[in-house]
Write a protein that binds this ligand. Structure first.
Ligand SMILES: [Zn+2]
Length: 155
């Protein structure tokens, strides 16, 4: 399969690598889209070990599951935390993969950033009536705004 591999600071190359082998609890997915995460900026800029494989915010289609995997099967659309995903295929333990509901595109189903926001919102001690500042209102900031609003209302 083809995979983008960082070979040095700000330099990636498309390489031919083997398709990952599926273990008993693994899900192998064909990558349809993969987000670019700020957590990978440092390695892109030069603070990593090379070669390095990045990309972990994917949505794709299941192509194979291990014999212990329940609830996921080939053909299902999925998202999750799946590393080394700037590639044709990526593999992850099944507990890091969830189905994409009907009617949601691959591009709108990137589950990993949403899980980061929900985890962050759960760690706050915000109550209804508190004043909150969110620095940066891009994709992640807008998600955090919605989660904090819901969290305060649902307490
Ligand atoms: Zn991320």
């Amino acid at each position: 399969m083809k995979q983008s591999v960082l070979v040095g600071p700000r330099t990636s190359k498309i390489m031919d690598v083997p398709i990952p082998e599926v273990g008993p609890n693994d899900v192998l997915s064909r990558v349809r889209t993969c987000g670019v995460c700020a957590s990978e900026l440092a390695v892109w800029q030069g603070s990593g070990n090379y070669p390095s494989k990045i990309g972990h915010e994917i949505a794709g289609d299941v192509v194979e599951v291990g014999e212990m995997v329940k609830g996921l099967k080939p053909g299902m659309r999925v998202t999750g935390l799946i590393y080394h995903a700037f590639a044709e295929y990526a593999i992850a333990p099944s507990n890091q993969v969830i189905p994409i509901p009907e009617g949601i595109s691959y591009e709108h189903a990137l589950g990993e950033p949403i899980s980061c926001i929900i985890s962050g919102a759960r760690r706050t001690e915000i109550e209804l009536g508190d004043t909150v500042a969110i620095v940066g209102l891009g994709f992640m900031g807008m998600l955090m705004l919605q989660c904090i609003r819901l969290r305060a209302v649902l307490n």
